[in-house]
Design a protein around this ligand. Structure first.
Ligand SMILES: Cc1cc2nc3c(=O)[nH]c(=O)nc-3n(C[C@H](O)[C@H](O)[C@H](O)COP(=O)(O)O)c2cc1C
Length: 315
């Protein structure tokens, strides 16, 4: 029997598999035993009430999907009164994903939701920082460090920080989040993308651009998990296109301590449970007594340069 438990970001989880924010809601309990999951991660909440983006908000593309949901939110009082008590009726720790347009807003929200029953906060810093130039906080090390420092000062709960894959300097962003006090890094959110309907000649999303998720993003985000895991000592949680236990094992070999599953659950509600069972089989078949032995166990031909800077192939 493989021990599937992991310690990540200040928490001990019964296994390393949990839903990705926004791709999970309580309705999944009708199809899946939620108590079997490593943790429950909520849809991102904001302080203000938000309606979300214009329709259509999702579009299927080869290898994945685009979404521009826009974080509709019923606000904090609704979350504390209705959503949190419901999520607490299951046994896995509840991770609350939060977002705000300013560092102060992030800190205030983190303080408001640091209540009993919340096991950790996941700061979704892939959202625009309206005090600077509207770029996502996680696009740059300086804005990442500034917002994570404020968050760190606002809560004693474990602080997970979710990065964007759209930056060209993810290892530096990871270092900045670590320096500011993050307990775990979730790598990553969706990749900015778009799709056009050739019948209507219009964008297929009401918001024109949206986030790509699903198997198409896996090789890119896997590389980013690898870069982050080499750059920091803070545990990394891999998230991007994981659909099978083998995908999860790849992420852990690249350095992830745990994984989050999003788009795969839309196609197969039981995907997370299959991944948990498959990870146990994968470890048992290779003689690993603990799933933690997978983390970072990548056998590699080491390059000299620290960040494995990409070298253009010669034609
Ligand atoms: C419909 C949809 C809604 C999402 N909503 C959120 C959200 O509220 N907060 C967040 O941090 N990420 C959100 N994400 C991103 C996912 O949490 C995850 O980072 C991304 O989908 C990559 O994982 P996947 O390829 O397994 O889906 C959303 C993704 C989808 C597809």
């Amino acid at each position: 029997m493989t021990d599937l438990s992991v310690t990540v970001g200040g928490l001990t989880l019964r296994n390393p598999v949990m839903p990705a924010s926004g791709t999970f809601a309580e309705g999944l309990a009708q199809a899946v035993d939620l108590n079997a999951l490593g943790a429950l991660v909520t849809k991102t909440i904001t302080r203000e009430l938000r309606a979300g983006n214009p329709l259509p908000r999702v579009a299927e593309v080869p290898g994945g999907m685009l979404n521009a949901i826009g974080i509709p939110s019923k606000g904090v009082p609704y979350f504390l009164e209705h959503t949190l008590p419901l999520y607490r009726s299951w046994t896995p720790p509840v991770i609350v994903s939060i977002s705000a347009p300013t560092a102060e807003g992030f800190a205030a929200l983190a303080a408001e939701i640091s209540v009993p029953g919340v096991a950790a906060i996941e700061a979704n810093i892939s959202c625009p920082n309206i005090e600077e130039d509207g770029k996502a906080f996680a696009m740059r090390p300086a804005s990442t460090e500034a917002v994570v420092r404020q968050l760190r000062a606002a809560t004693r709960l474990p602080l997970w920080v979710k990065l964007t894959p759209n930056t060209g300097e993810i290892a530096d962003v990871a270092r900045a989040a670590e320096a500011a006090g993050a307990d775990a890094l979730v790598v990553a959110n969706t990749i900015l993308a778009m799709s056009i309907d050739l019948h209507t000649l219009k964008p297929r999303l009401g918001n024109v651009m949206g986030g790509l998720s699903g198997p198409a993003v896996k090789p890119i985000v896997l590389r980013q998990v690898y870069q982050c895991a080499r750059a920091v000592r803070t545990p990394v949680i891999g998230c991007g296109g994981i659909a099978t236990a083998e995908d999860a094992a790849e992420y852990m070999l690249a350095g992830a301590a745990a994984v989050q599953i999003g788009t795969a659950t839309f196609l197969r509600p039981g995907a997370m449970l299959q991944i948990i069972a498959g990870l146990a089989q994968f470890c048992a078949a290779r003689g690993f007594e603990s799933v933690t032995e997978l983390t970072g166990a990548l056998m590699r031909e080491e390059a000299d340069d620290e960040d494995l800077a990409w070298v253009a192939p010669t034609p």
